[in-house]
Design a protein around this ligand. Structure first.
Ligand SMILES: Cc1ncc(COP(=O)(O)O)c(C=O)c1O
Length: 385
């Protein structure tokens, strides 16, 4: 089945006998058993609310089918998915190699909680590829990837990283939030665990926090046990909203891509712009890897301005009428996020002008371009003042 068909049909057979198109929201703590023996044997599909309901199963099955995995677990946020994936593979005394371009709070989790329990995180240059093998020691149990990188959009050669990691007995975790399982399938590139912040494109409407981790056959047991032991469960209403968002993922992603490319190409022509960081744009570093491993692009990218003072950059951002100022991406509406990646890097030095990440929503791109053009006028005015 092709992905748009899977997105429409997967996860709709978890409650046979009730022929409603969308699985309803099951809110549950206690699930009753018909007998003491049934309880003792755990011989029924649903045993306790924390372990999932038909609503949970529907989304788990749909995401698992899309990722091409063995098992998916759901969590209350993408960050909870990141911590669960890391803890599923790592123990005290182990070491994990993490891309320097990872989502900032993932780094914070590694530098605080993992450190406290005796797991060492070291950061690597995102574009390292097969060179990762040279950084590995006998303690390295996992390599953590995110492609493209948060804020700076470096592409990673995941198959080359997987080959080097597997050769030395380490597992590979990939945060696939940007592409969503529609535009990249890290498990098919050899990764062992794939993380999605469903908060972003999968839910798609800026009203839900939810995470998912999907495992291949080798890591499924460790993931399931860690998820269960940590008491992670996602709220049924949030799961329902995410499932509802998922059903339109293929049409939304196509439009985000089309709109994103239109705005990115326009920005690339602007004299104020030093560089557009969007792997879908030909000529951008990593474009060839993106073409090889991804089947499309999300509508989220950054652009670097020439050397403008901060107050001028703020005037640009504050002047935008159609772009909200805020974290996250993947919703139907456009966002702008001024950011400073230099402050969180350790393996690489981030140099360059002010950076603004844009999430291009489902508005007409001509309106977004006009809004940005007005913002650039304010940038120039403030820079002259
Ligand atoms: C790449 C990436 N991964 C994970 C997360 C965390 O997701 P959540 O906000 O759902 O915790 C984010 C959030 O911005 C993200 O950008």
């Amino acid at each position: 089945m092709k992905d748009p068909t899977l997105i429409t049909h997967a996860g709709r057979d978890v409650d046979p006998g009730i022929n409603i198109v969308n699985p309803p929201v099951y809110r549950a703590s206690t699930v009753l058993f018909p007998s003491a023996k049934a309880l003792h044997d755990h011989s029924q599909h649903y045993i306790y609310g924390r372990r999932g309901t038909p609503t949970t199963r529907a989304l788990e099955h749909a995401i698992c089918a899309l990722e091409g995995g063995t098992r998916t677990v759901l969590l209350p946020s993408g960050l909870a998915a990141i911590s669960c994936a890391l803890l599923a593979l790592l123990s005290a005394g182990d070491e994990v190699l993490i891309t320097d371009s990872c989502y900032g709070p993932a780094r914070h989790f590694a530098d605080t909680v993992l450190k406290r329990v005796g797991i060492v995180a070291r950061y690597y240059v995102p574009t390292i590829g097969a060179g990762i093998g040279k950084l590995m020691t006998e303690k390295t149990r996992a390599v953590y990837c995110e492609a493209p990188g948060s804020l700076t959009f470096e592409m990673q050669d995941i198959p080359a990283i997987v080959r080097a990691a597997h050769a030395k007995g380490a597992r590979v975790i990939a945060d696939n939030t940007w592409a969503s399982p529609l535009f990249c399938k890290p498990l098919s590139l050899g990764a062992d665990l794939v993380i999605e912040s469903c908060t972003k494109y999968i839910a798609g409407h800026s009203d839900v926090m939810l995470g998912a981790v999907t495992a291949n056959a080798e890591t499924a047991k460790a993931l399931y046990e860690t998820h269960g032991s940590m008491g992670n469960c996602a709220a049924p209403d949030d799961v329902y909203l995410t499932l509802r968002g998922l059903r339109t993922l293929s049409v939304r992603m196509k439009q985000h891509q089309e709109n994103g490319l239109a705005v990115a190409r326009w920005l690339g022509q602007r004299p104020e712009v030093e560089q557009v960081l969007y792997p879908a744009l030909p000529g951008t570093p990593g474009h060839e890897i993106w073409k090889r491993d991804f089947s499309g692009a999300a509508g989220t990218f950054s652009f670097m301005l020439k050397a403008y003072p901060e107050k001028a950059v703020h005037a640009l951002v504050d002047g935008l009428k159609l772009f909200g100022i805020g974290y996250s991406f993947g919703g139907y509406e456009s966002l702008a996020l001024p950011s400073d990646p230099a402050s969180i890097r350790t393996a690489t030095k981030w140099r360059g002008g002010p950076l603004i990440r844009l999430h291009i929503g489902l508005e007409d791109p001509a309106d977004l371009i006009a809004d940005l053009e007005a913002g650039f006028a304010l940038l120039a005015k403030e820079a002259r003042a």
